[in-house]
Write a protein that binds this ligand. Structure first.
Ligand code: IPE
Ligand code: IPE
Ligand code: MG
Length: 247
């Protein structure tokens, strides 16, 4: 239900970022504060994912990219990894219908092949069921690492050179961008990180070169539609100079 308060009103569509990326952090601390198992925090975090996806679609964000699992997160205890994978599957099972109904296309970036086979299968089903949708592109970064992504692009360029397809001078930023997982997606204008950590933790290293970064102390399970809309409204107050001088 939409509240009538001005704070809860959707921002002017012409002032919205086209692409919002989010580092969803703080699930473990949310649980710890309540003397709960970290997994409970991830479960509540999944509810916030639903809220942010719905809100984004409703107000007209074109691309939403969520950091769900990093390459470094494989170093967490196996029980936590297993619980996260189960949650992912459950999320897709419950949300695929809504994605289809709301014209949302699912996309995955990262080493999808490292995910358990059953999780990959559910993903493949949702990816194909939503492939034709063009209302919003929801990208989940899974087993994703920015450095690994850039190294992968460098390998592809090196291979093209070795095969005699290109000259070294053709290896430009634009050329390398075409080998990133995000080749078809514009760079994010806005990056939100919850839980107060002021770092990027290997997320979209290449793509955030000129992205506006908002860090909120709110832990991800406590992040609300209202706070999201508030950040989106403040985004327009940032002066994006891209290395130039003020106009
Ligand atoms: C983010 O919450 C979710 C994932 C990284 C999968 P964390 O699990 O990192 O929560 P904190 O940072 O320990 O509070
Ligand atoms: C970043 O959070 C990864 C995800 C949100 C998936 P982490 O909790 O893993 O990052 P650090 O350890 O605080 O840098
Ligand atoms: Mg964390």
């Amino acid at each position: 239900m939409k509240s009538k308060s001005a704070d809860n009103a959707a921002p002017d569509p012409s002032e919205l970022p086209r692409h919002v990326a989010v580092i969803m952090d703080g699930n473990g601390r949310w649980a710890k504060k309540r003397m709960l198992n970290r997994v409970k925090g991830h479960e509540r975090g999944a509810d916030t994912v639903r809220t942010v996806v719905r809100t984004s679609r409703e107000i007209g964000i074109r691309y939403l990219t969520l950091y769900a699992f990093s390459t470094e997160n494989w170093q967490r205890p196996q029980t936590e990894i297993t619980a996260l994978m189960t949650l992912l599957k459950r999320f897709l099972d419950s949300e695929t219908r809504e994605m289809i109904d709301n014209n949302i296309r699912l996309n995955v970036i990262g080493e999808k092949e490292r995910l358990p086979e059953d999780v990959q299968n559910v993903f493949d089903q949702t990816l194909s069921a939503t492939a034709g949708n063009d209302g919003m592109c929801l990208t989940l970064a899974l087993s994703y690492g920015g450095r690994a992504e850039i190294a992968r692009a460098a390998r592809a360029a090196a291979q093209a050179f070795k095969d005699g397809q290109i000259d070294v001078t053709e290896i430009t930023p634009e050329y390398l961008s075409g080998f990133l997982y995000t080749a078809e997606i514009p760079d994010p204008e806005l990056l939100i990180r919850t839980s107060g950590e002021i770092r990027v933790s290997n997320f979209l290293l290449w793509q955030i070169a000129y992205t506006e970064i908002f860090v909120t102390p709110t832990l991800w399970p406590d992040f609300t539609r209202e706070e999201y809309l508030d950040i989106l409204k403040h985004f327009k107050d940032r002066e994006r100079r891209f290395g130039r001088v003020s106009s």
